[in-house]
Unconditional design. Sequence first.
Length: 151
Amino acid sequence: MSVSDWRGAPPVIVDTNVLIGQWMTELTGGGPMHILDGMRGGALAFVVCEVLVAEYRHVLLRPKVQQRHEQTEPVVDAFLEHLAQRATVLEPAPGHPSPDPGDQMLWDLLCARDDLHLVTIDKLLLKDRRMRGRVVTPEAFAVAWLQRDTR
């Protein structure tokens, strides 16, 4: 099976932990990463803010992370520029406190629009009852929304 599209999927915010994990898995030949593929190919609507893109870059260029993915700074920048060109850029809207204080920016971005979903593996964010149904794991999001080509 191959990915056909994300027909009907709500726009998403992709947490740094998901984006980095999917990119690094792809680089090491770990298999297709459907959320990342959808983002790059324009099939999956996603939202970023300037701070989130800066966080993606900061984490990708950490020495230990960069040593694992073995990509140069220009390659990382080109990857992020490609993604940013396909994203909707929003300003975070101050909302209620995040269950994980280190992720307040993601929480505020999620509060910017009612139709957004956050794809994350952060257990604190996933447990919050106020956003239940809008904060999901990558696996749950793919099960709910990924349309597969079965030809």
